[in-house]
Design a binder for this molecule. Structure first.
Ligand SMILES: [Mn+2]
Length: 281
């Protein structure tokens, strides 16, 4: 296992790949200052944005776009100009980008899904994960009905989201829904993890990297490495792939309880919390 030493306040860590999701720019909950601080302290050859970076649903209801949101976008574009490859996989909250697969804007590539070749020799299927919402909610019924119902459920999920969007209805949110179902939330998270690892297996991948449920973790499920990037509205987490193939779950948060608005992000004390070294695949 790699050494778990905390980086110096102003040091920049150089990574192979960085995975970030669920920033929800445009929502007041987005921790943009922490993310900016994080991006200042981390460089990567490739950055993969795993969906819900911009909260289009929220913006449609009421426009909220402070300078810090621009700063995050500018920071990413600047990294792209300096040679970082940036891939943007849209989620359900930024699904307007799903109409532009293969399009580059400002050096950022849009893709529905992505197969990441890990330095650990694994192939990782990278996707946001919302296409499995219906499957997760109706897991028991679908398991009974079989494959056709499973495929149908995913199609219905995509269709319903499009209809809701046309009707200006907010997207059904897994995380807020799961929070309401506290008693069952753990089951649903487990069900989600099972469904996406199965999807990875269908693609002959040995791992899956996703977001959507705001629950960061690195674990092995039935021989598939399941990695969730978490979010930047509460937990401030990202996944870093080091050059030796180590996957690290970073929690980037302020040590002081002081989260007063307007505080300079540079003043935040930060630290990585958990590490995960790859076992032999
Ligand atoms: Mn999502």
């Amino acid at each position: 296992m790699a050494a778990a030493s905390a980086p110096q306040q102003d040091s920049v860590r150089k990574l192979r790949t960085l995975f970030i999701s669920d920033v929800h720019l445009g929502s007041k909950a987005a921790k943009t200052d922490f993310l900016l601080d994080f991006l200042r302290h981390h460089e990567a050859e490739t950055i993969i944005l795993v969906g819900d970076i911009v909260d289009g649903w929220r913006l449609k209801r009421s426009w909220y776009w402070p300078q810090s949101c621009n700063d995050v976008v500018q920071k990413l574009l600047r990294k792209a100009r300096k040679g970082t490859r940036i891939i943007y996989i849209p989620g359900n909250h930024d699904e307007f980008l799903r109409d532009f697969p293969g399009v580059h804007f400002g050096g950022i590539e849009v893709a529905q899904r992505y197969l990441h070749k890990g330095a650990d020799g694994r192939t990782y299927l990278v996707l946001h994960g919302d296409e499995f919402d219906v499957v997760v909610r109706n897991a028991r019924v679908l398991a009974y009905l079989g494959d056709w119902a499973y495929d149908m459920a995913i199609a219905i999920n995509i269709g319903l989201a499009a209809i809701r969007r046309r009707l200006d209805m907010p997207y059904w949110s897994f995380s807020s829904w799961a929070k309401l179902q506290v008693k069952h939330a753990v089951n649903f998270i487990g069900e989600f993890q099972k469904v996406v690892t199965e999807e990875a297996r269908r693609h002959d991948a040995q791992g899956v990297i996703c977001g959507h449920i705001h629950h960061a973790v690195i674990e092995d499920i039935d021989g598939i490495r399941y990695i969730n990037t978490g979010d930047w509205v509460e937990s401030c987490t990202a996944i870093a792939e080091h050059h030796d193939g180590t996957m690290e779950l970073i929690t980037w948060h302020q040590m002081r309880g002081d989260t007063a608005a307007g505080q300079r992000a540079g003043e935040a004390e930060t630290m990585p919390v958990r590490r995960f070294a790859p076992q032999a695949a």
